[in-house]
Design a protein around this ligand. Structure first.
Ligand code: 16G
Ligand code: ZN
Length: 544
């Protein structure tokens, strides 16, 4: 038996695919190889497999499938993935037969699987296990070796559109984005520009994003200087650095120089998230998260549309983690439609598809923009009708390049960063002016352990607890005690914890509200392990 299943622990295909300690994944990768081939035969298209555990520690690894248009695996196949990963060795082949039968898969039809991995040391042997699974069904395949998650999503989509979305190679990705960036930046002319050639410090989380952004940087160096830190040459992946560290700890990563007002961006371990920040003259840290990125980008697209004389249905999709101040800014100041959905990229992505232009971002920095074909058609129409010095035509050209600079398949640290840099240049604003768009409400995230997090049933885009029934009235009561208070709790999809989010008028109040709510979860939700401890003496809570 190839790649026998040596563990009894049940692994679930969750929001981020399978993710656990790397040494538990050998049989899972083999079976995912089989699953990807079946999916490819079923969809009659190329399927992608990405081996990564994103922002998790280097000892972990994970794997997820990429569907034909570069989107996440369809939910009904997530269940199949879970079944395949957990079935005993002796029942594996009969389960495969039953999947083939149930989904009427023509096992003789051609299939193609492409795959890549992040920089984790466990990646190459897990790739080999995956490949054994793919080969067991005689499928064709390409191993793209070390790439970012969004690069793999791009490749799947461009292969399945016969190159219409972009040349289906890693170099094609760099070329498409860099060409759009260079075109935009050569078009933008301001009488007074705050900085002629911007510079940005990138924290590559000691991962694959660092390697790829260096390649990108060479292609666009006429218009921007990108200096990469935590570049995987010596430091440990995601250790004291990266987008998740910066967002959760609300502090700067190690390894990035502190220079006042210098723009800095942190990627996560597989480069599908980005968080911005800067230091003021007192070396105080200021963060610009996914909400602020969404506000900047949505505002820029909306301006382009107005300048091009186009009316489009533009919406912004957030989750409950979006800072209340950002939602207020988007709706009240920018007069944009805002939708709130459950956490997880697939929920944001599918909601964003309902708009002609759907901007979606999680506060943690994962997000992108989706454009309906109708928008691209309207823009081409404006270009055809306009004269060369026509400002409508120029705006339409700029927006088309902005679309080309976007990785529409999934959130992408590199693409998102270049969109931000472009939006700042177009608006002729610096990081301070961007930050001043609105002021974040102080907030705090905590997590607490319960014996069984599956007892939590939520509603209203995960903002209210339905079960256990006693919890929500308590949360409502606590929230009402705090000015600008808001709080919700949800079981994590990636860790064995319940997460608590709270915001309020001051950091101290946000910390106390988060603490009080975590105590409610612990006491009424079957807490186990360490009981939450209160924030002491006006000091901030230390986050586990
Ligand atoms: C996964 C999700 C991410 C979400 C996070 C929440 C994808 C590709 N990733 O990383 O969108 O923010 O889970 O984690 O969907 P949690 O359930 O542990 O809070
Ligand atoms: Zn990631």
């Amino acid at each position: 038996m190839n790649h026998p299943k040596l563990i009894n622990q049940i692994l679930e295909y969750g929001t981020a695919g399978f993710r656990t300690k790397a040494n538990l994944l050998d049989h899972v990768l083999y079976r995912v190889g089989i699953l990807a081939v079946l999916r490819s035969k079923f969809k009659k298209a190329t399927i992608g497999v990405m081996i990564t555990a994103s922002h998790n520690p280097v000892e972990d690894n994970g794997v997820k499938l990429v569907d034909p248009h570069g989107e996440m695996l369809a939910p009904d196949w997530e269940v199949i993935a879970t079944d395949l990963a957990n079935v005993s060795d002796d029942r594996l082949s009969s389960l495969i037969d039953s999947i083939v039968h149930k989904w009427e898969i023509d096992i003789t039809s051609p299939s193609n699987v492409i795959f890549a991995r992040d920089t984790r040391p466990s990646g190459s042997s897990l790739s080999a296990s995956l490949l054994d699974g793919i080969k067991s069904l005689n499928s064709s395949f390409t191993d793209f070796e070390i790439l970012t998650t969004p690069q793999l999503h791009y490749l799947v989509h461009s292969i399945n559109t016969n190159g219409l979305y972009g040349t289906p190679t890693p170099e094609g990705y760099i070329k498409k984005l860099s060409a759009a960036f260079n075109q935009l930046h050569s078009n933008i002319k301001h009488e007074t520009t705050p900085f002629e050639k911007p510079r940005i410090f990138v924290d590559g989380a000691n991962g694959v994003g660092a390697l790829q952004v260096k390649k990108m940087s060479k292609e666009i160096e006429s218009y921007i200087t990108i200096e990469v830190f935590n570049d995987a040459t010596s430091g440990k992946l995601n250790h004291m650095c990266g987008a998740d560290y910066v967002k959760i700890q609300q502090k700067a990563p190690e390894g990035v120089p502190i220079i006042p007002y210098e723009r800095c961006a942190s990627f996560d371990g597989d480069a599908d998230r980005v968080i911005y920040y800067y230091f003021d003259s007192d070396k105080r840290f200021h963060m610009l998260d996914g909400d602020k990125i969404a506000a900047l980008i949505a505002g820029c697209i909306s301006d382009f549309c107005v300048q091009a004389g186009l009316s489009v249905d533009l919406g912004v999709v957030q989750t409950a983690y979006a800072n209340g101040a950002s939602t207020k800014y988007l709706t009240d100041t920018k007069m944009l439609k805002v939708a709130c959905v459950c956490t997880g990229v697939k929920h944001l992505h599918s909601k964003a598809q309902e708009f002609e232009v759907g901007v979606y971002f999680e506060a943690n920095g994962h997000g992108t923009v989706l454009y309906k074909a109708s928008v691209k058609q309207k823009l081409n129409q404006v270009i055809q009708n306009g004269s060369s010095d026509d400002s409508c035509r120029v705006a339409a050209e700029n927006l088309l390049n902005f679309i080309d600079l976007t990785n529409e398949t999934v959130g992408d640290s590199i693409s998102d960063m270049l969109l931000v840099e472009t939006a700042l240049k177009i608006k002729a604003i610096d990081v301070l002016m961007w930050d001043a768009m609105y002021v974040d409400l102080p907030n705090r995230q905590l997590k607490t352990q319960v014996c069984d997090r599956s007892i939590f049933v939520l509603t209203n885009a995960e903002q209210q607890v339905v079960k256990p029934e006693s919890i929500q009235p308590k949360i409502d009561e606590l929230v009402s005690k705090y000015k600008d208070g808001r709080s919700f709790v949800r079981p994590s999809g990636t860790e064995d914890v319940v997460r608590i989010y709270a915001e309020a008028d001051t950091q101290m109040n946000a910390d106390w509200l988060a603490y009080e709510v975590s105590l409610v979860v612990y006491e009424l939700g079957g807490g186990c392990g360490k009981k939450p401890t209160p924030p002491h003496d006006g000091k901030l809570l230390t986050i586990a």
